[in-house]
Structure formats: structure tokens, C-alpha cells
Design a protein around this ligand. Structure first.
Ligand SMILES: [Zn+2]
Length: 217
């Protein structure tokens, strides 16, 4: 069950004061897909970890609305120019909230790993929104940013490289690009640093390469 609470936020771009729902508690997960998408029983909490100002389109997690968050003039201009015009509905979808948060984070020069997580969450929201085209778009963006994080010297802790390499393969598989998926699954063994603890990553990578399944057992 997911429990939400209302919080009051002040938009650092347009100073609009608005209320947004946030996740207080969530439990009784209904399982996990093989791209680590956790399913809650009942209402999905994912859209409520991120907040969006429906006046200008600025979005982010709660700390992006904290007192004293500085918004440089270029960022303000980009939000007003590109995000405000993208608002079409009174109630923004989860994927739109994550999309805007990711674009703000891009303009702020955030780390690829952080951007990848936002895009991945946008893709997961699209699953619930039954928007497969947008889902593939966000999965691609997540895959590119995770790959970029792996390329940078300290973008990913060494013990997490194998699981992220697997995840990139799984993202490409879910996009429908089997060639790229295989390339990434095949790289997993070279990223293993603790064979015993990471045996499950090896296993799931081999399995998704040969006969994929949608859920972890
Ligand atoms: Zn605003």
C-alpha cells in the first residue's frame, strides 16, 4: 500500500506556491521486473517521488524546491522557453514529471548516473501509462546515460559496474534492439569483481540473452 502526503512547495523559477503529493510510505511490493522496476500493491508510488510546478514546468525532487536553491538566469530561461510550453494538462503524468526533472538536471550539468535514473523512472511510469513509444524513448535515453556513466572514471562504483552493464543490456532488450542487448549482456563477465556475491548478475545476464523473462522469480 502506498501512503501519500501533501507538501507545500515554492517554485524557484516562477515563485508559484503549490501543493504536491509525496510518498510517506510504501510497502507490500508486488514483485520486481527484470529491469528492477518494483511493483507496489495497489497504487504505484513512482510518480510522487518527483514534483512539478504546473505554472512554468520546472520539476525535480523535493530538494530542488528547497529554500535558497539558486536558479541561474540561463536555467530559468530554458524552463520558461522549453518546459512551460510543454504543459498541456492540469494533472501532469508521472513520465512528464520525470522528463522535466531530467531536462532541468541536464541543464544543471548533473552526473550521467543521476540523469539515467530519472530517465529510467520516466520509462517505468510509461509502462503504467501504456505509452510504449515514450517508454522506448526514455529507455534509450537511460541506456545512453548509464553507458556514459560507465565510461567515466568514477561515474559508477566498481562493485556496481556489472549490474549496470546487465541493466543496459536489459534496457536494449526491452527497446527491441537484440544486437545491442547481446553486446551488453556479453560484457557482464568482464565487470564482475566479486564472483560469489555477483553470481546472480552473471546468471540473469545469460538467461536474458538466451530465453528472456519479464520478472525476477
Ligand atoms: Zn514554476
Amino acid at each position: 500500500m502506498t501512503t501519500l502526503n501533501l507538501i507545500e512547495l515554492t517554485c524557484p523559477v516562477c515563485e508559484n506556491v503549490f501543493r504536491s503529493q509525496t510518498v510517506v510510505a510504501t510497502n507490500a511490493f508486488g514483485g520486481k521486473r527484470t529491469d528492477f522496476h518494483e511493483r507496489a500493491a495497489g497504487m504505484q508510488p513512482l510518480p510522487y517521488f518527483v514534483h512539478l510546478c504546473t505554472h512554468c514546468g520546472y520539476a525535480g525532487i523535493e530538494r530542488d524546491f528547497a529554500d535558497g536553491v539558486g536558479v541561474p538566469p540561463e536555467l530559468r530561461a530554458s524552463v520558461l522557453d522549453q518546459l512551460q510550453s510543454a504543459l498541456q494538462h492540469e494533472l501532469p503524468s508521472g513520465s512528464l514529471k520525470y522528463d522535466h526533472a531530467a531536462r532541468v538536471a541536464e541543464w544543471q550539468g548533473s552526473e550521467p548516473r543521476y540523469l539515467a535514473d530519472l530517465y529510467l523512472r520516466a520509462a517505468w511510469c510509461c509502462v503504467d501509462e501504456h505509452d510504449t513509444e515514450a517508454e522506448r524513448y526514455f529507455r534509450r535515453r537511460a541506456a545512453w546515460r548509464f553507458a556514459e556513466a560507465l565510461e567515466s572514471f568514477d561515474g559508477v562504483p566498481i562493485e556496481e559496474r556489472a549490474v549496470l552493464t546487465y541493466l543496459i543490456g536489459e534496457l536494449w532488450r526491452r527497446i527491441g534492439d537484440r544486437r545491442r542487448a547481446r553486446e551488453w549482456f556479453d560484457k557482464v563477465p568482464t565487470e564482475i569483481t566479486e564472483p560469489a556475491a555477483q553470481a546472480w548478475v552473471m546468471e540473469v545476464a545469460q538467461q536474458q540473452r538466451r530465453s528472456p523473462r519479464e520478472w525476477f522469480a
